[in-house]
Design a protein around this ligand. Structure first.
Ligand SMILES: Cc1cc2nc3c(=O)[nH]c(=O)nc-3n(C[C@H](O)[C@H](O)[C@H](O)COP(=O)(O)O)c2cc1C
Length: 132
């Protein structure tokens, strides 16, 4: 969750910085951001040690807080192979894809949605990778 609301310029420079570095690290993925809840949701693909160290860097970034890992998988092939970091505004995603999830923050989610949180995130990412 962003520490404070981020302007378009701030998001742009975050993306530019991420894309440059990810290209260098052979990291791919997608970043989602909600202006409403200030949440980020991100998928990172790459070599395990590279991803672990990048996650450390990202977690320490003062621009956001409450970073948590929803899932990690070993994969045979990347889903975002052409994207050093794709970007979508969460609030603009197809409501059918979101299915009642206006937040993924465990503190804000109603108990009825808490259980499905990780698999929902996984299926949103999968679906986005097929519609880029
Ligand atoms: C939500 C969010 C997502 C980020 N994603 C990436 C990313 O995918 N790749 C990246 O290199 N930096 C990303 N960053 C920026 C890093 O936290 C960090 O600022 C950047 O890697 C530069 O780190 P350095 O100064 O240690 O080189 C992200 C930051 C935030 C707040």
């Amino acid at each position: 969750m962003a520490t404070r609301a981020m302007s378009v310029d701030e998001l742009d420079s975050l993306l530019e910085q991420s894309r440059e570095q990810n290209a260098r690290l052979n990291v791919t993925g997608i970043l989602l951001h909600s202006g409403k809840t200030r949440e980020f949701m991100q998928l990172l693909e790459g070599e395990q040690d590279v991803i672990e160290s990048l996650m450390q860097t990202i977690s320490n970034d003062q621009r956001h807080t409450c970073v948590d890992v929803m899932y990690h998988d070993r994969i045979e092939a990347r889903n975002f192979e052409d994207w050093s970091m794709a970007f979508r505004l969460f609030d603009k995603l197809d409501p059918k894809l979101i299915e009642g999830y206006t937040t993924f923050n465990t503190n804000s989610l109603p108990p009825s949605l808490l259980n499905g949180r990780n698999s929902r995130a996984r299926s949103i990412m999968k679906s986005l990778s097929q519609n880029l």
